[in-house]
Ligand binder design. Sequence first.
Ligand SMILES: Cc1ncc(C[n+]2csc(CCOP(=O)(O)OP(=O)(O)O)c2C)c(N)n1
Ligand SMILES: [Mg+2]
Length: 452
Amino acid sequence: MKTMLGIISKALCRVTGKTVETQTVSELLIDLSEFVSVTSPAAPASPQARHQPPDPPPVSTRGSAEQLARTWTDQLDGPGARVVVSRSFTDFTPQATFDIKKCDLHRLEAGPPVRAELTREQGLQFYRTMQTVRRMELKADQLYKQKIIRGFCHLYDGQEACAAGIEAAIRPSDHLITAYRAHAFTYTRGVSVKKILAELTGRKGGVAKGKGGSMHMYAPHFYGGNGIVGAQVPLGAGIALACQYTGTDQVCVTLYGDGAANQGQIFETFNMAALWKLPVIFVCENNQYGMGTSVERAAASTDYYRRGDFIPGLRVDGMDVLCVREATRFAADHCRAGKGPILMELQTYRYHGHSMSDPGVSYRTREEIQEVRSKSDPISMLRDRMLGANMASADEFKELDSEIRKEVEEAAQFSTSDPEPPLDDLCNHIYHNDAPLDVRGTHPWSKLKSVS
Ligand SMILES: Cc1ncc(C[n+]2csc(CCOP(=O)(O)OP(=O)(O)O)c2C)c(N)n1
Ligand SMILES: [Mg+2]
């Protein structure tokens, strides 16, 4: 395998002019797959960016197999649609139940179920969401290496099941706040790949008008994108306090990392949230490292789900989208029932280094990364499950992959051709809805007007 990769990498280097020594095996694989998309002809514009696959007809109201196959293919763009015609929906299992890993519990008598139902439609949606995030992050990696994206950039590949599973279990009107590894949640909260990539390249069409960058993206009910480690946790409790105060039954999902979990402000927040029974789901995304420090080296207790002490907790397989969905549903029900906060530790893994300036292999081995990729990759796991239960065909997944690749490629083209924001816009949008205000420039006597 190693020799094969060596041969392929040398060939690739000849074409791309890159050096092979600096690359990890996973980076090489990323580069290989990305190279294919970079050199392929530009994709035709699709009518609109879609986050979810077209809905197949409901199982209970099926027409003839031929009619159904036509309905499905009519909704798909591209050549792969033809492949599906050979099989109809009646060939597929519309719904299946899967055994999932039992959660470890803290201060809870019962936990989430150990079996999860999945419909074919949901499975295809999860696949699309996770694969879109994966391709978007790999594209960001490529744009960064081409020096088109500059500055901070923290990628989420490997952790996709966390974002997809959480989003599937909460309502769009619930709130969510996270740290700087924020691209995936920006997407699941409804922002298009195009606006995310354009934000990363600092262009006018970006979700924060090109002025936020990787760590500062927002959407309705999504509060970013926060660069100060742990600082979003008290903010999340504040959002939950607002939900309680205004009498809604919304919850606030408040995410932080294993590194942030050792900070003082987290424990102050736990105290207030428990005391006031705030509807907050604290989520510790334990991806095993805080920058280059492993959890064992940083934490006196790596049982993050127990570290809320008086707050009930769950330890969840964060690589399995179904486990995450079930646990989040359980946690949201807990909050909506007025029982106060709950803590979920999602055990996950990041494939990339901490940020784009970290190659990610000086504090862990390449074999470790490869092992996670081959044994518990969230996307492969879902795909294999669905194929094993005859819920979809390999051709369908291929078709989805090529659709996603096109969407990401188009978004990348936009993000490299859209203009940068004009200089006049520099100080605008500081406040959401304030009247024009004066902002001091680089020296006290230069005043700039900020409009909302
Ligand atoms: C208050 C503060 N201290 C230190 C840093 C530098 N820093 C940035 S990310 C990071 C590690 C955080 O790791 P973790 O919480 O596990 O999140 P992950 O990167 O793994 O998603 C540190 C120490 C910071 N941004 N803010
Ligand atoms: Mg971490």
